[in-house]
Each structure stands twice: as structure tokens, then as C-alpha cells.
Ligand binder design. Structure first.
Ligand code: AP5
Ligand code: ZN
Length: 215
């Protein structure tokens, strides 16, 4: 199964992708995670990407398409994958089409997760993730069942993102509406787009996604 999770920052793409990885045993390809790893390791890509990421702007298509092309051709992607946060521009969507065509891995679904802007700002300001497995939590809405212990892997280490603040979120939302939202039309015209109401609790969003994937 090849799937794109499309939606604004903090819509819940990572949260849902994490669950789908467990369920379908296919990898989550998050360009945000790949770029953050490159920044942490101070690779040439990371050094180029850092300023854009810190300010909430998009990293160049050239860099992002190159890291995805490299990742998607690895053996663990042969049974499918979940794109999380990619593609984010029309140029990236066209590049993704070419990559999938050359690997003979056609796209099955594009799921747009819809959430109001004020809720998105609330979600980024409380987000933290497990430093070990990447499970996503929120200070108010989605705490680990046992305080300080990851529900999924039992780790006690968590981290927060430097771009998760209300100021940077304004830039990230502008980038979404200007550069990424045209992809809704792009995939609608291909007959691949399905939308879910991302304002519902995580489990209900998950149930809607499962229904789409089963159809
Ligand atoms: P990236 O890491 O992709 O960030 P993003 O798109 O801004 O998305 P997020 O990871 O913030 O949100 P999410 O939708 O995964 O939400 P989550 O599940 O965590 O990108 C970061 C930066 O990297 C970009 O700004 C850009 O610079 C660069 N970049 C990355 N990809 C790029 C590309 N393709 N091209 C160019 N540049 C690129 O949930 C958020 C919070 O809400 C959590 O606390 C969670 O617990 C909570 N939550 C989730 N679902 C629900 C729910 N249903 N109800 C209540 N709370 C919920
Ligand atoms: Zn964990």
C-alpha cells in the first residue's frame, strides 16, 4: 500500500502514520524527520535545511526530492510506504509521481486531514514526542498513560521541536496554504483524494482512515 497523508502542520499526520506503521508493517517516510536527522548530524543537507526549518519555511524541492528518491528505493519500501509531510509542492508531487512510476509502485490513496487553524496552533504548542520511538503526545490532550513513560516503547525520554511555537506556526501555515494546499486539487483530479475530519479524537480519525483504506 502506498499512501500520502496530506494536511497542515500539526493536523495529526505523524500521529496517524505511527499507528499505520504498526498496523500495516510499512515504513513511515517523514521528510520532516529525515531533515531533522540531517540537521542533528550536521550533514551538508542538514546545514542547508536548518535556516528554512527554524523559520517555518519550506526546504528546497531539490533537497527534499533527492532525500526521498534515495529513501524510497530502499528494500523496506518495496511493500509500500506512508508519505508523511511529502509531497508539499506541485513540483514535489510531480517528482513523487515519477519516482513511483519508475519503481512500479502506484499510489493507492491520498488522505487529507482537515483541521481548523486555531486548533493547529493549540496542538503545536503542547506537542512532545518519544525520543526513542517517535510516538506523539500533547501536554493537555494526549498524555502518556503513565506520566513520563512512553505508552509504545516504555522510554522515559521525550523531546520538543524548536519550530513548535505560535510565531513560527504563522509562517508554516502560510507555506501550507500557498504551496501545499494546491495538492488537494492535484490529487482530486487524479481521483485519489479522500478527506477526513481531523478535529475528532485520534481514535475516530483513525477509524475514518481505516474505513478508507479498506474500501
Ligand atoms: P514536518 O516535520 O513535516 O512538520 P509539519 O508538516 O509542520 O507537520 P507536523 O509534524 O508539525 O504535524 P503532524 O501533522 O505530523 O501532527 P502530529 O501528529 O505531530 O516539517 C517540519 C519542517 O521541515 C517544515 O516546516 C519544513 O521546513 C521542512 N520540511 C519537511 N518536509 C518538507 C517538504 N516535503 N518540503 C519542504 N520542506 C519540508 O500532531 C500534532 C499534535 O496534535 C500532537 O501533540 C498530537 O498529540 C496532537 N494530535 C494529533 N491528532 C490529534 C487529534 N485528532 N486530536 C487531538 N490532538 C491531536
Ligand atoms: Zn516510545
Amino acid at each position: 500500500m502506498r499512501l500520502i497523508l496530506l494536511g497542515p502542520p500539526a493536523a495529526g499526520k505523524g500521529t496517524q502514520a505511527h499507528r499505520l506503521v504498526e498496523k500495516y508493517r510499512i515504513p513511515q517516510l517523514s521528510t520532516g524527520d529525515m531533515l531533522r536527522a540531517a540537521v542533528a548530524e550536521q550533514t551538508p543537507v542538514g546545514l542547508q535545511a536548518k535556516a528554512a526549518m527554524d523559520s517555518g519555511k519550506l526546504v528546497s524541492d531539490e533537497i527534499v526530492n533527492a532525500i526521498v528518491a534515495e529513501r524510497i528505493s530502499q528494500p523496506d519500501c518495496s511493500r509500500g510506504f506512508i508519505f508523511d509531510g511529502y509531497p508539499r509542492t506541485l513540483n514535489q508531487a510531480e517528482a513523487a509521481d515519477r519516482m513511483m512510476a519508475s519503481l512500479r509502485q502506484p499510489l493507492d490513496h491520498v488522505i487529507e486531514i482537515r483541521v481548523d487553524d486555531d486548533v493547529l496552533v493549540h496542538r503545536v504548542s503542547g506537542r512532545f514526542t518519544c525520543a526513542n520511538c517517535g510516538a506523539v503526545y500533547h501536554d493537555l490532550d494526549r498524555k502518556p498513560k503513565m506520566e513520563g513513560v512512553c505508552d509504545v516503547c516504555g522510554s522515559t525520554e521525550f523531546k520538543r521541536r524548536p519550530d513548535d511555537n505560535a510565531e513560527t506556526m504563522v509562517t508554516r501555515l502560510k507555506a501550507y496554504y500557498k504551496e501545499t494546499s494546491p495538492l488537494v486539487g492535484f490529487y482530486y483530479c487524479k481521483g485519489l483524494l479522500r478527506a477526513v475530519d481531523g478535529m475528532q479524537p485520534v481514535e475516530q480519525v483513525a477509524a475514518e482512515i481505516d474505513k478508507i483504506l479498506a474500501s
